[in-house]
Design a protein around this ligand. Structure first.
Ligand code: GLY
Length: 396
């Protein structure tokens, strides 16, 4: 069972930092279970939270792995809290950006980690402080250093809060594709402070919000109502609303991961909107269309396929489009600044879809709403013509 509930002092897992505005969600994975703590101010309480991790004899050595941007913003806070809690703390950073999530950066970070004095040992803990790139790379370093040491995710983007930080997928990009080198390695805890989202570059919130809408469509349509009702407060960084938003999304992601850690089945539901979305993102060479924009278009396209199969009605597409528009996410190519021809060329996009690593026996895999928003199923039989029609619907 996963649960999401207001954290009260009686529960006692994080002692004096508890308050009515902090929430905890448990990721239930037997002996690898962990707690996601969410609340304003937690960024300066990381050390304190780590001293309460079950089964760890503290303190010892803690190493923050972060990127050049996040280091300037939050590394001092986290270092201070680790030292205050009695850890011997260090930090390693690498240049910010997806283009650095590669084997070269992995080598540099790993060598830095293994050269620390006094040396790390198998009881040392890594703190992945940053967005999805940091979590993926630092998590993979933790998975492989000394054959695997503990790590904790402290995500600093909404996208990482609600998606990448939960579930133990770690890894780096290969020249032949994204995330092709990696390991499943669950964090020992996830610590989320929603107030850090204020320093995100403009447009970054959309990347996380597209995943929040995705969670609503795949599991819980009332989350869509919550997002719609609270859109203004989300964009004005209301800490209580962000805490609630993140807790609800973490609860959905955690339940999916707990039911299918290694993606043998329903974890694939998290790819709703990503089959056509990834193709749009890749066709733009990455960076031209953001991940959130691409997933937004991908979700609308998937809904067109579902509607054409009579799995959902027109009102469901309209409902999805209304919410996406409220979040300033695109529902048609025309909602984006003018794009080079190839980004919305049907044949070019279909080539990318065919190459998608999630293709099953050469056929692209689609997650489609079935019956209503809030419920999805996996389809391996979507034809090229159906995909073409769905992409064309984005051009209207
Ligand atoms: N982001 C998809 C997953 O964690 O499975």
């Amino acid at each position: 069972m996963n649960n999401s509930h207001p954290h009260t002092p009686e529960e006692g897992t994080d002692g004096e930092i508890s308050s009515k505005n902090h929430r905890t969600v448990r990721v239930d994975l037997a002996e690898r279970s962990y707690t996601v703590s969410i609340g304003a101010g937690l960024i300066s309480k990381v050390g304190q939270l780590l001293t309460n991790l079950p089964g760890r004899k503290n303190t010892g050595r803690a190493v923050i792995i972060t990127d050049s941007t996040v280091r300037q913003l939050y590394c001092a806070d986290v270092m201070g809290s680790l030292q205050q809690a009695g850890f011997i703390a260090d930090h390693i950073d690498f240049p910010a950006g997806e283009e650095h999530k590669n084997i070269r950066t992995y080598e540099v970070v790993m060598n830095a980690l293994l050269s620390l004095e006094p040396p790390i040992d198998r009881k040392s803990i890594i703190i992945a402080l940053g967005g999805g790139v940091v979590g993926d790379l630092a998590g993979f370093v933790a998975a492989t250093a000394l054959r695997g040491i503990d790590f904790v995710n402290v995500p600093t983007t909404l996208l990482a809060d609600v998606d990448a930080a939960i579930g133990g997928k770690t890894g780096i990009d290969a020249p032949t594709g994204k995330n092709l080198i990696g390991a499943f390695h669950q964090p020992r805890a996830v610590i989320i402070d929603p107030t850090v989202l204020k320093t995100l570059p403009a447009g970054q919130m959309g990347n996380g919000l597209a995943e929040c809408v995705k969670h609503g469509v795949i599991r819980n349509a009332t989350l869509l109502d919550f997002i719609e009702e609270n859109a203004e407060k989300i964009f004005s960084f209301d800490a209580d609303i962000l805490t609630e938003l993140i807790a609800r999304n973490v609860a959905i992601k955690s339940a999916v991961v707990a039911a299918d850690e290694h993606e043998a089945g329903q974890r694939a539901h998290l790819n709703f909107g990503h089959t056509i979305g990834h193709a749009i993102e890749a066709a733009g060479g990455y960076g031209l269309v953001s991940h959130g924009q691409a997933v937004s278009l991908g979700m609308v396209a998937a809904c067109h396929i579902a509607r054409n199969r009579n799995l959902i009605d027109e009102q469901a597409i309209e409902r999805l489009a209304t919410i996406l528009k409220k979040l300033s996410l695109p529902t048609r190519f025309a909602d984006l600044p003018p794009l080079p021809e190839e980004v919305h060329d049907v044949g070019h996009l279909q080539d990318f879809i065919a190459r998608d690593k999630k293709a099953s026996l050469g056929r692209p895999r689609f997650i489609l709403p079935a019956g209503q928003l809030g419920k999805v199923e996996i389809f391996d039989d979507v034809s090229e013509e159906e995909i073409k029609q769905a992409i064309m619907a984005l051009m209207k």
